[in-house]
Design a protein around this ligand. Structure first.
Ligand code: SAM
Ligand code: SF4
Ligand code: SF4
Length: 372
């Protein structure tokens, strides 16, 4: 079946201006948005480039060799990222996830991790620092990442069958190298390791059971993600989404499961345990079961734009403020004012919105740009 690929309109230029409010908003660690959701989780995209071309994320037809990636001068430096992350920590962020594009492609990423590891919550605790990667460079980098202060990794892996895996990453990358990366992460102590498998009906649903069997009993937590309508270029169709309920039913035909309590508020994955005690799996039902009501996540793009939802069409450009010599107090007030007026809840509204619309005016930005 041929894919519907929509050409990319450059939405990165579309932005909202950031103003420092006249009344300061102090960072007390207790910021809430209009729907009373706190700010707890910051996802930082460190590059918009990737060495894979997963067709649900960066289809080759759009992200070809002439694609205009951000120039190096546009990227926030490690010092700038750490400063902004510090302001978010003061507002209540407890967890930072580095993402991309492929975050391990950003040169000297270990130096950024070292800087982020010095940040503290208002209570004086270190932040939980994690990273999501396609695993291609993990075998080489796991030890240094751990030494720099990274606590855990999530590795994306859409199947164990080499032919299916090579065709899904669309650059003919072998699955064995990712498995080697996962093993290196385990040896380096970057656990508990999570594995993200995007399930696309008609493409890799036959990999669900082999993946469940492979990771059961290893301590690695496999999570099945519903194929999402992120961005506006992947030609998403509802009939290619395999609902999590169906994934669970399918696994249960061979491996009995029982539902577990969520581990933390705002946790995106629903947890299921193998009844024989050999571990757990998760399902992330972003399409069939909206979890916006306790969404506590903010996203910072590679060039310093703040996005309040994965499906947003516009970000708030923090970079001019960061580079204008604004004080941390000004930066905290600006971020505070933006979060306080947040009311995004795309997944709850999806059915009533036109195709490709995001929260705000216009089409959604790409996931490779704001990170997963
Ligand atoms: N390159 C890294 C990786 O693949 O892990 C980090 C960035 S990637 C955008 C983050 C996560 O988003 C990955 O787990 C990927 O599978 C997931 N993702 C990308 N496009 C998706 C889509 N259309 N639906 C569901 N998940 C998607
Ligand atoms: Fe790259 Fe990750 Fe997107 Fe795949 S999902 S194209 S690995 S950024
Ligand atoms: Fe959060 Fe937006 Fe996803 Fe809802 S759709 S859970 S608000 S990122």
């Amino acid at each position: 079946m041929s894919e519907r690929i929509i050409p990319l309109v450059d939405l990165r230029a579309s932005q909202r201006t950031v103003q420092v409010p006249t009344n300061a908003i102090p960072a007390t660690g207790a910021l809430h948005d209009r729907l009373q959701r706190p700010l707890r989780d910051l996802r930082i995209s460190v590059t918009d480039r990737c060495n894979f071309r997963c067709n649900y994320c960066m289809p080759k037809e759009v992200f070809g060799k002439d694609y205009p990636y951000l120039p190096h001068s546009a990227l926030l430096s490690f010092e700038e990222i750490t400063r902004v992350a510090g302001v978010f920590a003061a507002h209540g962020v407890q967890k930072i996830r580095l993402t991309g594009g492929e975050p391990l492609l950003r040169k000297n990423i270990e130096r950024l991790i070292e800087q982020l590891a010095t940040l503290r919550t208002p209570e004086g605790k270190p932040l939980d620092i994690t990273l999501t990667t396609n695993g291609s460079l993990l075998a080489r980098k796991a030890k240094d990442l751990k030494a720099a202060g990274l606590q855990r990794v999530t590795v994306s892996l859409d199947g164990l069958d080499d032919t299916i895996f090579r065709s899904m990453n669309d650059v003919d990358f072998p699955v064995a190298d990712v498995l080697e990366g996962i093993e290196a992460a385990r040896v380096a102590g970057l656990g508990p390791i999570k594995i993200n498998m995007v399930v696309k009906r008609g493409t890799n649903e036959h990999e669900i059971l082999p993946m469940a069997r492979h990771f059961r009993g290893t301590g690695v937590v496999l999570r099945f993600i519903e194929y999402m309508d992120v961005g506006a270029t992947n030609g998403w169709r509802m009939d290619e989404v395999m609902p999590s309920a169906e994934v669970i039913r399918h696994i249960q035909t061979e491996l009995p499961l029982i539902q577990l309590e969520p581990s933390a508020p705002g946790e995106t994955a629903e947890r299921w345990g193998f009844t024989d005690g050999s571990g757990e799996i998760g399902v992330i039902s972003s399409v069939t079961q909206a979890f916006c009501s306790d969404c506590n996540r903010a996203r910072l793009s590679t060039e310093g734009k703040l996005y309040l939802c994965l499906f947003a069409s516009q970000g708030y450009d923090l970079r001019p403020l960061v580079r204008s010599g604004a004080s941390d107090t000004d930066l905290a007030s600006a971020v505070g004012a933006i979060w306080q007026q947040r009311s995004d809840r795309y997944s709850e509204l999806r059915a009533s919105l036109p195709p490709d619309a995001g929260t705000g005016s216009g089409r959604r930005v790409e996931m490779s740009y704001i990170g997963g």
